[in-house]
Write a protein of this length. Structure first.
Length: 126
């Protein structure tokens, strides 16, 4: 079919039908865009709420980190104090052992002196 035969003017009622059809499609598309826009607005509001909540969580996490760091410092200070106490006790045990040996030696010497005194007393009496 030649191009001239394919083109024929549309009657007025077909134009009206096309205008009505296109108008419905535009209105439908407009409603869809409004729904999408409304969902985007809700998403933005929700995102803002989530951002605020995440900031709160991050702040809370920072506070926990600070507390843990302080506890770690206190723990290290306690460990150092315990080490000093253990070193002092170890030295005191060494000193005590020396004193106990010296005391045992003094007791032995006192017993020997006591025996010698008794021996001398028996000789004098005897």
């Amino acid at each position: 079919m030649p191009a001239a035969e394919r083109y024929r003017p549309r009657p007025h009622d077909e134009d009206q039908q096309l205008i009505h059809f296109l108008g419905r499609k535009v209105a439908e598309s407009d409603r869809r865009f409004e729904a999408i826009d409304h969902r985007c607005d809700r998403g933005e509001a929700t995102r803002g709420e989530h951002d605020e909540r995440f900031r709160e969580i991050l702040d809370h996490g920072d506070e926990i980190s600070r507390r843990l760091e302080r506890l770690e410092q206190e723990y290290q200070a306690i460990l150092q104090g315990l080490r000093r106490i253990e070193n002092l006790r170890s030295r005191e045990r060494g000193r005590r052992a020396v004193l106990e040996r010296a005391l045992e030696e003094l007791k032995r010497q006192a017993a020997a002196l006591q025996a010698r005194i008794q021996e001398l007393e028996q000789r004098v009496r005897g």
